[in-house]
Design a protein around this ligand. Sequence first.
Ligand SMILES: Nc1ncnc2c1ncn2[C@@H]1O[C@H](COP(=O)(O)OP(=O)(O)OP(=O)(O)O)[C@@H](O)[C@H]1O
Length: 196
Amino acid sequence: MSVLQNPRPLVLCGPSGSGKSTLLKKMMEDFPDRFGFSISHTTRKPRPGEVHGQHYHFTTMDEMRQAVADGKFIESATFCGNMYGTSKAAVDAVAQQGKVCVLDIDVQGVKQIKNTELNPLYVFIKPPSLEELKSRLTGRKTESEESLTHRLKVASEELEYGTEDNFDFIVINDNLEGAYNQLKTFLENEVLKSGK
Ligand SMILES: Nc1ncnc2c1ncn2[C@@H]1O[C@H](COP(=O)(O)OP(=O)(O)OP(=O)(O)O)[C@@H](O)[C@H]1O
């Protein structure tokens, strides 16, 4: 089975803190058997509790660069000095389970995927405003001051790319329930019935 096989994968993109993980969690609760995650590769060190082959495929810079050069990746990006990426094998592994592969990736990744034959549906998650994004990222208490500043700078660039020209569906995540219901309708109408 190849990455060209239906059903079409689903790309979820949006700035850090826009709510991708929160919406994904709800999606997985509602449709536990229909979606699956591809496991990304990263050169960053595992955090406590992270399991190789489950949360990420942990790898080295040399190995990852070689695999990207060999065309084994659909997308890869460098973030805060580490490489991250999605291998073709990881997407195939989800399709083989008969599930829609969900890809949670940044704008750099979306641009790369548009140059492949993966043909996913693209969803962009927008925060209501940059001020609200800052407040949510601060509230999450996961970022240092430096990381927060970096994420907000990247966010404003990413928001410029988050238009209807580049995405099949845009969700503004202001009220969580409302945003999720919009996403759910899109999933039911466009994603889960795609392909075959
Ligand atoms: N609609 C919402 N209203 C208020 N808070 C929200 C809403 N959606 C998400 N949040 C909160 O905002 C924070 C960021 O959300 P989340 O972690 O889902 O973002 P993310 O896009 O997955 O970020 P990253 O790309 O950094 O992983 C979390 O603390 C989450 O609980």
